[in-house]
Write a new protein. Structure first.
Length: 236
């Protein structure tokens, strides 16, 4: 009986050797690929967390530079942020903050450059929309009407459509195109919740064109396309 068992064990061992000889390398490389992918994923996650943490520190520097009013310091901090952490959300926030600081200090070219960078690089729809809206406003002040309209072309997130329409109305009004301005202002008015403070300003713009929107337009839907906070934050 023992001899019979020995023969069976030997046959099983021979089969295992044959199997391993035939498929061993394939199995080994498969395991290496699986564990390698797992290690790479963990490494990428660690790198992402590290990038975000370092970007947060750099954003603080941009914020301090903006608060100090030191233009040179702000230029350097923003350049470092774009160079080292340009793909992070903190970089987009830094670009918007720097643009506002430049604009408030009369550095229109600096504001345009910062907003253009965010508009070109941001992967976040919200930051992208804010940058384009603000850039359109800066271009409108510079009377670059066609460029301003170009920034407002294409699709925008639903929360920004009313604000985009309002800004387009501003551009058309500046060009003396009253009919086009009316159409855009009406879109903006209908797209904003009636509790939105900014909606009152749109109503004033329509009144200036000889239109009483509360009498001629249907009440807006309860679901607002833009909240009071978003309108105040985005518009310059």
């Amino acid at each position: 009986m023992a001899k019979h068992l020995d023969l069976e064990e030997q046959e099983q061992l021979d089969e295992l050797k044959h199997f391993w000889k035939r498929y061993g390398n394939l199995i080994t490389w498969g395991l290496i690929a699986i564990f390698g992918t797992f290690a790479a994923w963990n490494g990428y996650q660690y790198w992402q967390r590290s990038q975000q943490a370092q970007a947060a520190v750099m954003y603080d520097e941009v914020e301090r530079a903006a608060a100090s009013g030191d233009a040179g310091r702000l230029d350097r901090a923003l350049a470092d942020m774009k160079d080292k952490y340009g793909s992070t959300a903190f970089a987009q926030q830094a670009g918007l903050l720097a643009a506002k600081t430049y604009y408030d200090n009369g550095n229109i070219d600096g504001a345009k450059a910062a907003l253009t960078w965010v508009a070109d690089k941001s992967a976040d729809e919200g930051y992208l929309a804010i940058a384009k809206l603000r850039l359109a406003g800066v271009l409108l002040e510079a009377k670059a009407h066609d460029e301003a309209l170009q920034q407002l072309s294409g699709t925008f997130p639903k929360d920004f459509t009313a604000l985009v329409a309002d800004r387009r109305g501003d551009i058309f009004a500046a060009q003396g195109k009253k009919i086009e301005a009316k159409v855009e202002y009406e879109k903006a008015y209908k797209g904003m919740d009636e509790r939105t403070e900014y909606r009152r300003l749109v109503e004033v713009k329509l009144n200036a064109l000889g239109i009483n929107p509360s009498a001629t337009l249907p009440a807006p839907a309860a679901a607002a396309a833009a909240s009071p906070a978003s309108a105040t934050e985005v518009k310059q």
